[in-house]
Design a protein around this ligand. Sequence first.
Ligand SMILES: Cc1ncc(COP(=O)(O)O)c(C=O)c1O
Length: 396
Amino acid sequence: MEMTPRLEAAIRWLASDNTVNAYIYDPDIMRKRLGALRSIMPAGVELFYAMKANPHPGFLAAAAKAKGIEIASLGEAEKAVQADFEPSRLIFTGPGKSMEELAWSVDHGVRTVHVESLTEAHRLHTICCERGKHQDVLLRVNANFDIHEAQTNFSGGSRKFGVDEETLGDVLPRLLALERLRFRGLHVYCASGVLNVADLLMNCKLVFDLVHQIEMANPGVECDIIDFGGGFGVDYLETGNDFDPHAYAEGLNDLIEEYGFQGRSFVLELGRYLAAPAGWFCTEILDIKESRSKKQLICAGGINHFRRPAALAINHPVAVLRREQKPWFDEQVSVRDEHVYIGGPLCTSADKLANDIYIEAADVGDVAVFGLAGAYGLSMSNIEFLSHRRPPEIVL
Ligand SMILES: Cc1ncc(COP(=O)(O)O)c(C=O)c1O
């Protein structure tokens, strides 16, 4: 992983101030990635930022030119509104929405609520009836396919997300009968962290088939919004196989033409692809020991600040910022050109930051810098566990 001089200067400044853990963000990286995507996507594609990846105001500001924000809680809704997104630019997803969240959506005019079951549709409908209002909805479908190489699959098999594709013949007419819900189309989010464009395009093709079948079976019904969720991956393992957005844009354009779907909206709710490269988690190496012939690096922050590597059993790219501090005693262990384990300070063996990762050189007092940490970093960590201080989030 490469460190820019700006990033290095910021880490050195933090370390000199005794700040042992921090997230450093460069939201401009996200702004540029969003701009680049907007310039190549086919007509009709609407890019939303999935703020669960990183709700920091700097990232929300970087999403200003997105079509809007994908939210999945009232807390996210409030943060998005604080960041100047009109509720009409918000789309509300997630498999369990409370009455309060549904009511907020109707009261504030959220663009679409993505209903995940008939129960949820009925709850939303009741709220609409009470208020004499209508609400645009998408129906989330648990499609009958998955992507084998994805980091996380959201469809195929038994899932908590959406309604099973096979039940659509029964579910859709019942949804359509709820006259205060305006059915606008489908939400079919298949998988997250996908690097292979062909896999994601296959997903799009299968969704288009599904849309075609629904429209044939239900005359007068049109899915004018088709939401593919998120899913563009980033190359955590630094294999050189980055997601190719040009190939995706071209492939999607071909599919839109093949199916004659011009004039519809195609929603992408992207989190990781936009935010991951715009953040780093930095943590001081407090100790290094050798345990049964493997070096163990103990850092000041662990899964309480950066849970993702442990939760998904993957390594993020790591660089070590050397600080050339005097050893505390002569036999102090150091790392030179070897594969090591990196953990945090918490009293659980689940507290892993990386395993079997190559480190060229590290000593106690250096700073471990984890890259691609702008997405699902602090936002999915166990921040209360052991009550360590919350790491500051510094914008470059
Ligand atoms: C409904 C929904 N949309 C979008 C996303 C963002 O996905 P990604 O970060 O893979 O782009 C997620 C992530 O879990 C999600 O659940």
